[in-house]
Write a protein that binds this ligand. Structure first.
Ligand code: SAM
Length: 295
């Protein structure tokens, strides 16, 4: 078996061979601890029948561990300078395909159809670029991809927001979106010392398992998320004020919004951050009817 990429010695050797310099703006912090990588892969519960989608392979440290256990690995990398390096480091793994593309601009569903024909079990596994963690997670969820789940390394602060419960300062639209589509667990916290260069925040690994059906029944998903975003737009304002100011034609509907809140026993002076997922669902299901009737 080839020597692991994820050691300090081998990583330095590869970087020197290619004269590679890190781009901070692309969130390039490479992992140099094989044990941590193996544990990440363990949490993804791969089999020889699993297809894995990776975001940001870097010099291939995680990709190689995935390739050893999955049927196929497809990895999106934005930095062209890494392509020749990956062609070299991953040459022992014919089941890896690198796609040179910004994952946020990619048509992931189409890539999955093209690359994973015949594969029914797909996981997303990555050490994410931290400058775009939230948009990447939101895209993976909102695109309704046919995946089993997501295991990713990210900033601990974002992991805390994802798992947050109502009434806490971390609770917000991200917590709600993730908990709506998945069950979320923080499975590992990771010290800065296992990366080069070291990031200036602490890291964690989360596992998101896609729910068969969303956690709550919602009539109109896009309106539900509009209500959620509106409710958190100014955290210090009441739910009534935020909905009135932020929903389309909200000001005209102020009385209706107040009436609906009262009917649902949601005190209009509460703040959005105190509402549970169930309350947001009830509220948006009731409001969407009013909006449609009055449109
Ligand atoms: N997987 C490697 C590891 O664990 O050592 C590298 C992880 S590093 C934190 C993030 C990687 O994502 C870098 O290789 C970076 O170039 C790449 N990247 C950054 N933004 C990206 C984007 N929008 N789309 C695809 N890849 C991106």
């Amino acid at each position: 078996m080839a020597k692991d990429i994820a050691t300090l010695g081998r990583t330095r050797e590869i970087l020197e061979k290619y004269g590679f310099s890190f781009k901070k703006s692309l969130g390039q912090n490479f992992l140099i601890d094989t044990n941590i990588l193996r544990r990440i892969v363990d949490y993804a519960e791969l089999s020889g029948e699993t297809g894995v989608m990776e975001i940001g392979p870097g010099i291939g440290a995680l990709t190689e561990q995935l390739a050893r256990r999955a049927k196929k690995v497809v990895a999106f990398e934005i930095d062209q300078r890494l392509l020749p390096i990956l062609a070299d480091t991953l040459s022992p793994y014919p089941n890896v395909r690198i796609i040179h593309q910004d994952v946020l601009k990619a048509d992931i569903r189409r890539v999955m159809e093209e690359e994973f024909g015949g594969i029914r079990d797909v996981m997303v596994v990555a050490n994410l670029p931290y400058y775009v963690t939230t948009p990447i997670i939101m895209k993976l969820l909102e695109d309704h991809l046919p995946i089993r789940g997501i295991v990713v390394m990210l900033q601990k602060e974002v992991a805390d927001r994802i798992a947050a419960q109502p009434g806490t300062k971390d609770y917000g639209s991200l917590s709600i979106a993730v908990q709506y589509y998945t069950t979320a667990e923080t499975v590992m916290t990771v010290p800065r010392t296992v990366f080069i260069p070291q990031p200036n925040v602490d890291s964690a690994v989360i596992r998101l398992t896609k729910r068969e059906n969303p956690a709550v029944d919602v009539i109109d998903e896009s309106f539900f998320f509009q209500v959620v975003r509106a409710s958190f737009s100014q955290r210090r304002k009441t739910i009534l004020n935020n909905l009135t100011n932020q929903l389309p034609n909200g000001k005209q509907h102020k009385e209706t919004i107040e009436q609906v809140l009262t009917e649902l026993q949601i005190e209009p002076r509460r703040r959005g951050e105190t509402l549970t997922l169930e309350e947001f669902a009830k509220l948006s299901n009731r409001l969407v009817k009013e909006w449609k009737e009055k449109a």
